[in-house]
Ligand binder design. Structure first.
Ligand code: SF4
Length: 467
């Protein structure tokens, strides 16, 4: 085994001692509120924070005005996400004015940037402490220090390498869908992305720890397990000579239980035919592949430091469709990366037409401080970015709608997730291919499977009737 970044048992034990100390220090009946911004990795991190808070004696509440401890888990992927987190934190100031004992902490990608941590220290005096993504496990220690000494702390000098903390308590937000982190950090340094600077280098969890967590989830009746990592395709590179992500997936599929496995996110430079073969061979793996393209222009892909080209990407898509003809393929697209010309953008539209994605997640390029792209000349004007973005969406909406229309009249099995966010009279579920389906039904169906006949469609959803 290569260099293992797992924290020693003594280090983890130390945090459990701090959790015990906080519990003894606090009076009974304390409440904690956790506000989460950003991606699934942040949601998974917040489940650990909630687990630690519960272990420390806090009851997790969804009402910040009721809380004795507020944690804001921030995102840095776009400026908009940062501004939103700061604005929400600003609103918590008013709660603190009426509740002097309230502790407000911030963590996540935004505060893991030195300039943000310092500006919060100086301009948000009601924030008590911050801790970065690489030292999430030190939350109990930071909280205890704040409770006992009253000192604010803004040290985000966690090692760039980062560590892995196993065995921390977790409070999962769902009892039928679970996140399972297989690795943390990223080594890729795409020129637009802040992740490698705030989440440290790639580090894989030991396979036995992942397999044990998967076994526990399946035994507890979880129906869907989503494996998380910034670049799951390089799982194991830092740890094993002869064990990769495809091997891990195959091992997880050997776990007993009626569950589906998904994974995100894949990098086209590291995705392998072996992985696609493993998907084709294992019924438990959802036949869905999210493969971020970002741009259809080889020139822009070079500027982005993505290390693949159109041909490599199309080769992967071709192999997926050969081995799994009905696979769902989705992607991420960035519109308006510095230097993107009309011709480059048309190459992206061309890729949409060629690949026929089921769905895309598109973003207007947003400058991130400290990344190489921030300093690139030829930033694209906002009105051009917006106009391109609208053309991209229009093209994809037509493709998505046509693909959804193929479902009309068919009966599909969905995992029922809850009430529809836009129409409370309907339930929402997803099929194995991650299609969102709305239909009328009882709450008792939530968390289980249901068969639904599709009657009508929109670009982003299907509508049907319970069988
Ligand atoms: S692969 Fe690129 S885009 Fe994805 S997290 Fe790493 S640096 Fe960011």
């Amino acid at each position: 085994m290569k260099k293992d970044k797992t924290l020693s048992a003594q280090e983890t034990e130390k945090q459990f001692e701090f959790m015990d100390k906080v519990r003894k220090y606090n009076r009974e009946g304390m409440r904690a509120y956790i506000e989460t911004f950003g991606c699934q990795q942040n949601e998974a991190d917040s489940e650990r924070l909630a687990g630690m808070a519960e272990y420390m004696g806090y009851t997790v509440t969804d009402d910040p005005s009721d809380a004795d401890l507020i944690v804001v888990n921030t995102c840095a992927v776009r400026e908009h996400a940062e501004l939103k987190a700061l604005s929400v934190t600003g609103q918590f100031k008013h709660i603190k004015q009426n509740k002097s004992g309230l502790i407000i902490a911030m963590c996540g990608c935004m505060v893991s940037q030195e300039h943000r941590s310092q500006s919060i220290k100086n301009s948000y005096p009601y924030v008590d402490f911050v801790f970065d993504t690489r030292s999430l496990h030190t939350f109990p220690e930071r909280l205890y220090e704040r409770l006992v000494t009253g000192k604010r702390s803004f040290d985000i000098s966690g090692s760039q390498e980062g560590v892995i903390a196993e065995g921390l308590p977790v409070r999962r937000a769902s009892d039928f869908k679970a996140w399972l982190s297989v690795m943390y950090g990223c080594n890729n340094f795409c020129t637009y992305c802040i992740v490698p600077y705030v989440r440290g280098r790639e580090r894989s969890r030991r396979r036995e720890n992942i397999l044990e967590e998967a076994r526990q989830l399946a035994a507890s009746g979880y129906r869907e397990i989503t494996l998380l990592g910034q670049n799951v395709n390089s799982y194991g590179n830092d740890l094993y000579d002869d064990y990769d992500f495809a091997d891990l997936l195959a091992d997880i599929c050997r776990t007993d239980g009626d569950f589906t496995v998904r994974f995100m996110t894949s990098h086209p430079k590291d995705a392998t035919r072996k992985l696609i073969d493993t998907m084709a061979e294992n019924a438990k793996i959802a036949k869905q592949f999210h493969l971020p393209l970002q741009s259809g222009s080889d020139r822009i892909l070079g500027l982005m430091n993505r290390k693949y080209n159109r041909d490599r990407y199309l080769d992967l898509v071709g192999y997926m469709r050969l081995k799994i003809p009905d696979i769902t393929i989705t992607t991420d697209i960035i519109v308006g990366f510095p230097g993107e010309t009309e011709e480059d953008f048309e190459m992206t539209l061309d890729m949409l037409s060629r690949v026929q994605y089921d769905n895309i997640f598109s973003f207007i390029y947003s400058k991130r401080k400290g990344t190489p792209a921030e300093k690139m000349a030829s930033q694209v004007p906002d009105d051009v970015k917006k106009e391109r973005f609208e053309r991209l969406i229009e093209l994809q909406n037509g493709i998505s709608r046509r693909k959804n229309e193929e479902y009309i009249g068919k009966t599909i099995r969905v995992l029922v997730e809850g009430r529809s966010k836009t129409d409370d009279s309907k339930l929402t579920g997803r099929n194995e291919k991650n299609r969102l389906v709305h239909f009328e039904g009882e709450d008792s169906l939530i968390g289980g499977y249901a068969d639904v006949t599709v009657e009508s469609v929109q670009p982003h959803a299907l509508f049907g009737r319970l069988v």
